[in-house]
Design a protein around this ligand. Structure first.
Ligand code: HEM
Ligand code: HEM
Ligand SMILES: Cc1cc2nc3c(=O)[nH]c(=O)nc-3n(C[C@H](O)[C@H](O)[C@H](O)COP(=O)(O)O)c2cc1C
Length: 484
């Protein structure tokens, strides 16, 4: 197909795109694009491969557009007329890199965020930093860690500290892992690669999202190559369960073939939460492009603007489905996003090996409980869950001390999301390595000063949870704080 013909289809009425030398008619898809119509319309009639590749792996277009929307190959002889959009929006602004202070000035995880904010595009920063509604859950996630204080023991020989732990029986050198964060290409031009390589070099586990910017095949190869012999790091697949069982099985098969060692099944995302800053940004982008959206999406009991629901996240997911997933995976699984003691108990009864307490970084349900609060509720109501299942958790962790607190309360390992994204956005692989090292040092110093030489010695007797328990309904009466 002649690229000059493609260039004619450059509007909302008729919108064609070139991706990987193929022409796609995305006129109908534009209004359903989960990233908003503006992003696609910017490239209408042009080649969007470069910008698309910053965000999506090549498979996304095939998975989400019907075959008939591929209009054919670009005629190579006409490529000289190719319109590469003028409005490129790379995820990293080169002119901003001069503002980056030396990495040595980053001494704790919070130091990476302002640097990343200056480096990545405003859109990317909003995507990473946003959370549901007023950000309350995200803020609580962070704030609650400091409501727990330590009760250290002294005069114990702490000349040697062992920080190694395991998830799914897979050893890791440190008791934390890199949590799943979708589309890392928005944060760094190399997408998930610095996270995968950083994890491999540091001996910690990494859980790439179902929705990566770099294909999982490449992530797996880079991880394997970076992994030195002594490194314990493994990859764990974060699974968004697809509405189609066949598609879910396909993802699971891929995870197996690529050597992923476990599955984190995300169960807190039947829909994406309401993130106000994202909505505001989308609205601004649309205005700039002259797109006038419908003022309301709902009238007379009918949705007049249909949401896009291509089944990539399964709304009907329920406890029964866990069975077919387990059958397909044939290995240990974790449910990611458990937020109540009752569901933790159900998970235990269903034979789930690993329970992953999380409120998705406060990005899903507004006013959701922190993973820490859920852990305390489990301690109070169903302490047997801690005996029979591995508990891991994430949300708001910014320092090694937070990790040690979680371990004292019975967690096996802790996930870190945004702080590592900021470190990567600001400094790439060097930033990821430095951030992991900062956490490692903090974990070691905390354990040493607590008088604990191995993770098994981190017990509830080393923490005071009374302040936090007071805030959590029912916990004061249950006596959990005096029992712990
Ligand atoms: C026409 C081909 C495209 C398809 C089929 C497509 C599909 C999707 C899908 C399914 C998502 C949800 C998350 C995911 O699955 O990764 C998404 C999100 C996103 N897409 Fe695309 N996309 C296309 C083109 C583009 C282009 C050209 C850009 C321009 C840079 C873009 C930028 C984004 C961004 C920034 C998100 C972020 C997610 C969000 O903000 O919700 N996409 N897209
Ligand atoms: C009308 C439909 C949809 C809307 C309005 C919507 C909106 C959003 C918003 C606002 C976000 C958060 C921030 C951002 O990425 O910009 C998001 C994230 C995301 N969306 Fe969508 N989305 C829709 C449909 C979908 C669909 C169908 C998919 C699956 C292919 C999808 C996949 C994702 C993923 C993977 C993320 C990132 C996950 C995370 O941040 O935890 N979205 N979407
Ligand atoms: C930008 C971003 C993208 C995320 N994408 C996913 C995802 O694709 N799948 C998922 O299960 N969780 C996702 N999460 C949630 C994280 O796995 C994790 O639960 C959360 O980030 C932990 O909180 P923290 O950011 O405060 O460390 C995402 C979080 C962020 C910040």
């Amino acid at each position: 197909m002649d690229v000059r013909e493609v260039a004619n289809h450059n509007s909302q009425e008729s919108c064609w795109l070139i991706l990987f030398d193929k022409v796609y008619d995305v006129t109908e898809f534009v209004s359903q694009h989960p990233g908003g119509p503006a992003l696609i319309l910017k490239y209408a009639g042009a080649d969007a491969t470069k910008e698309y590749s910053n965000v999506h792996s090549p498979a996304v277009v095939e998975e989400h557009l019907p075959l008939a929307k591929c209009l054919g190959e670009v005629d190579a002889a006409t490529k000289q007329y190719l319109l590469v959009s003028q409005q490129r929006s790379p995820s990293v602004l080169p002119s901003e890199t001069s503002r980056v202070p030396p990495l040595s000035l980053c001494v704790r995880l919070e130091d990476f965020e302002p640097v990343a904010k200056a480096v990545v595009t405003p859109q990317s920063y909003v995507y990473i930093s946003s959370a549901a509604d007023t950000l309350q859950s995200h803020r609580d996630n962070i704030a609650q860690w400091s409501k727990i204080t330590f009760i250290p023991r002294v005069l114990r020989d702490v000349s040697r500290i062992d920080t190694s732990s395991s998830i799914f029986g897979q050893r890791c050198s440190l008791p934390f892992f890199i949590a799943a964060t979708g589309m890392a290409g928005l944060t760094h031009p190399e997408g998930e690669s610095p996270l995968a390589i950083g994890a491999a070099l540091s001996g910690i586990h990494y859980s790439p999202s179902t929705y990566t910017s770099v294909p999982h095949e490449i992530i797996a190869t880079q991880h394997r190559e970076a992994k030195q012999q002594h490194s314990d790091s493994c990859l764990i697949w974060q699974l968004y369960v697809n509405k189609s069982r066949d598609k879910t099985r396909e993802l699971i098969r891929k995870a197996k073939d690529l050597g992923f060692k476990g599955l984190f099944i995300t169960v807190d995302t039947p829909v994406v939460g309401k993130r106000d800053e994202d909505k505001r940004l989308r609205a601004q982008e649309q205005l700039e492009l002259g797109i006038v959206p419908e003022p309301v999406t709902y009238r007379g009991g009918e949705k007049i603007v249909p949401g896009s629901d291509n089944g990539a996240m399964c709304r009907s997911l329920n406890w029964e489905d866990v069975k077919y997933i387990r059958e397909a995976w044939q290995g240990p699984i974790a449910l990611k996003g458990i937020q109540s003691a009752e569901d933790a108990k159900l998970a235990m009864d269903a034979g789930i090996e690993v329970i992953y307490l999380s409120n998705h970084g406060g990005r899903q349900l507004h006013s959701a409980p922190s993973a820490l609060a859920t852990l305390l509720r489990i301690q109070a109501k169903y302490p047997e869950v801690l005996e029979r299942c591995e508990i891991i958790l994430d949300g708001g962790v910014t320092r090694g001390g937070d990790i040690v607190k979680a371990l004292c309360l019975g967690a096996k390992a802790v996930g870190v999301g945004r702080p590592l994204l900021y470190a990567m956005g600001a400094y790439g692989l060097d930033g990821v390595m430095k951030a992991i090292d900062i956490l490692r040092q903090e974990v070691e110093v905390t354990m040493t000063l607590l008088g604990a030489t191995r993770l098994e010695e981190l017990t509830p007797s080393l923490v005071n949870v009374r302040n936090l328990a007071r805030e959590i309904d029912g916990l004061e009466d249950s006596g959990v704080s005096s029992r712990l």
